[in-house]
Write a protein that binds this ligand. Structure first.
Ligand SMILES: [Zn+2]
Length: 379
C-alpha cells in the first residue's frame, strides 16, 4: 500500500462471456474481483481474528451500519478512531446503508419520504435513518465503500408497489450522493455505490439503472434479490440486470449467497458478493466443500478421520478431522465455531480465486460445469 493509491479505480483484466476479472484499487489496498466480502456485522467477522480473515484471502470485509449505529454508536466509533482502528483491520471495508436491516430487524418502523423511524431491537430506543444520516454514519465509521440508502423492495409485491419503492430509492440515491459529497475529506478517499432496485421486472430495473447512472456512482449494486424469490428467479433477473449497469464499473450483488449462487452470478457478470452464510452456517455446524454442504453434526462423522474437504488448503483441513469437529460442535465448544468458520471463509475465498483464474484463462464454462457436477452430487 502506497500513498500513490487512487481513491477508486477499477480495471478489468479479462472477460469470459459475461464474466469479468479485475482489480479495484483504493487508498487502503486492492480488491481482486470477483470478490467475496466476509460479513463483520458488529465490528468482527464472528469467531475470526482480522489476521485470519486476511490469511484466508479476503481483500475487503463488510460492516453493518444498523448494528454499529446502535452499538457502540457511530459518534463513539469516530472518537475511537473509526472502524478500521477499532477492530484492527487496515484494508478496505464496505458498509451497508442500514436500510435493509432497519426494515428487517427493528420494531415500529415508519417509512416516509424523509427516511425510516424505528425502535432499536436491543433496547427499544428511538432512531431515525435517512439518506443524509446514513451517509453521516458511514463517514463516522470511516467506511471505504459507502452504500446509498435505499429501500430493499420486498419479494412478491405488485409491479405498482415495486415501481413506487424503486422510485423513492432513486430519490434517496440522489440525496445519498449529495450527503456523501458534503463530507469533503472523507469523500476524497472513499467511494459511493448506488443500488439498483425494481424487483424482478426488467423495465423497472432498466429505469432504476438509468436513474443511478444519471446521478453517477463509483460502483453499482443489484439490490432486492436473495429476498425469498429463489435461485431460478434470481438468475432470471441476473440474465438482464447486470447488463443494464455500466460495464466499466464494479457490480455488486448484495447478500448473496450460497456457493452455487455465486458461481451462477459470476457467469452473469457480477463482481462482488457478501453473505453471512459461511460464518453463520459454520457456527451452526455446516461446512461448505467442493462436494457440497456437509452437516458436521451428523452421526456419520463421529469416527471419520478425514478432513472436511481433502482439496481445501486451509489450516483446519490440514490439521483436524471431521470426527474432532463433530465432537466440538456437538459439545457446543467455542473452538468448533472458530474452526468451522475458518474453513468456510477459506473455502469461499478459494472458490473466488478459482473463478478469477478460470475467467482469466477463458475456461469459466468448464470450471462452472465441473463445480456444479461435484457440488450437487450426493453420496
Ligand atoms: Zn478447509
Amino acid at each position: 500500500m502506497t500513498s500513490a493509491n487512487p481513491r477508486f479505480d477499477f480495471s478489468i483484466h479479462a472477460t469470459d462471456d459475461k464474466a469479468r476479472t479485475g482489480t479495484i484499487r483504493m487508498k487502503r489496498g486492492e480488491i481482486r474481483t470477483p470478490a467475496f466480502m466476509p460479513v463483520g456485522t458488529a465490528a468482527t467477522v464472528k469467531a475470526m481474528r482480522p489476521a485470519e480473515v486476511r490469511a484466508a484471502g479476503a481483500d475487503i470485509i463488510l460492516g453493518n451500519t444498523y448494528h454499529l449505529m446502535l452499538r457502540p454508536g457511530a459518534e463513539r466509533m469516530a472518537r475511537l478512531g473509526g472502524l478500521h482502528n477499532f477492530m484492527k483491520w487496515d484494508r478496505p471495508i464496505l458498509t451497508d446503508s442500514g436500510g435493509y436491516q432497519v426494515m428487517s430487524l427493528s420494531e415500529l418502523t415508519k417509512l416516509t419520504e424523509e427516511g425510516v423511524a424505528f425502535a432499536s431491537h436491543l433496547d427499544g430506543s428511538k432512531h431515525m435513518l435517512s439518506p443524509e444520516r446514513s451517509m453521516e454514519i458511514q463517514r463516522l465509521l470511516g467506511s471505504d465503500i459507502v452504500m446509498a440508502f435505499d429501500e430493499c423492495t420486498k419479494n412478491g409485491v405488485s409491479r405498482d408497489e415495486a415501481a413506487k419503492s424503486m422510485e423513492r430509492s432513486m430519490r434517496w440515491a440522489k440525496r445519498s450522493r449529495d450527503g456523501f459529497d458534503s463530507g469533503h475529506e472523507h469523500a476524497s478517499r472513499a467511494a459511493l455505490f448506488g443500488i439498483q432496485q425494481g424487483s424482478l421486472d426488467e423495465g423497472l430495473r432498466k429505469a432504476s439503472a438509468e436513474a443511478l447512472v444519471e446521478i453517477g456512482f463509483d460502483g453499482y449494486a443489484v439490490g432486492g434479490l436473495a429476498v425469498g424469490e429463489g435461485q431460478e428467479a434470481m438468475f432470471a433477473t441476473l440474465d438482464f440486470a447486470p447488463g443494464q449497469l455500466p460495464a466499466d464499473k464494479p457490480r455488486y450483488l448484495m447478500g448473496v449467497g450460497k456457493p452455487d449462487d455465486i458461481v451462477g452470478a459470476v457467469e452473469r457478470g457480477i463482481d462482488m458478493f457478501d453473505c453471512v452464510l459461511p460464518t453463520r452456517s459454520g457456527r451452526n455446524g455446516q461446512a461448505f466443500t467442493w462436494n457440497g454442504p456437509v452437516n458436521i453434526r451428523n452421526a456419520k462423522h463421529a469416527e471419520d478421520q478425514s478432513p472436511l474437504d481433502a482439496q481445501c488448503s486451509c489450516p483446519v483441513c490440514a490439521t483436524w478431522s471431521r470426527a474432532y469437529l463433530h465432537h466440538l460442535i456437538r459439545s457446543g465448544e467455542i473452538l468448533g465455531a472458530m474452526l468451522m468458520t475458518e474453513h468456510n471463509i477459506h473455502f469461499y475465498q478459494q472458490l473466488m480465486a478459482g473463478l478469477r483464474a478460470a475467467i482469466a484463462e477463458g475456461r469459466l464454462a468448464a470450471f462452472a460445469a465441473d463445480f456444479r457436477a461435484r457440488y450437487y452430487a450426493r453420496d
